[in-house]
Design a protein. Sequence first.
Length: 148
Amino acid sequence: MRAIRCSIVLALLAFAAAPAASASPPQPVTLDLHGHFTGPSTIEGSWDADGAFADSGTYTESFRLAGRTVYTRKVLVGDEGTLQLRAEAVVNWLTPTFATFKAGNWRIMSGTGAYEHLHAGGTPGVTADTFADLATGEVHMVHVGEAH
């Protein structure tokens, strides 16, 4: 019985002395997306990332407007894997066909490949140079935040 108690105490001491697992510290990341409208609520185009990770590829997006807020879901496919991203922002119509965006947030919901355990997001949802031009069909989105 004494040997069992000693074994348990030694095991507990070893567990307590083991270093705790820690997450990597967040690093800045920028996702730059250039797309065009493919339907009334869909966009597709190309993207590239810089900062915490570097990759590029194609993306598809679906969105919906609710009042002045736009809610988006994006799938980014790159050389290193696939990212699913959610974003929301306030729409600021400068003309009947040209909008910029402000406030909101974005977040990586899931990933595959090198992005399987990636955590990333930011506030606001997009930067000030983000826009959508209904007249030309051009869309430029920039998401800046942190990833780990």
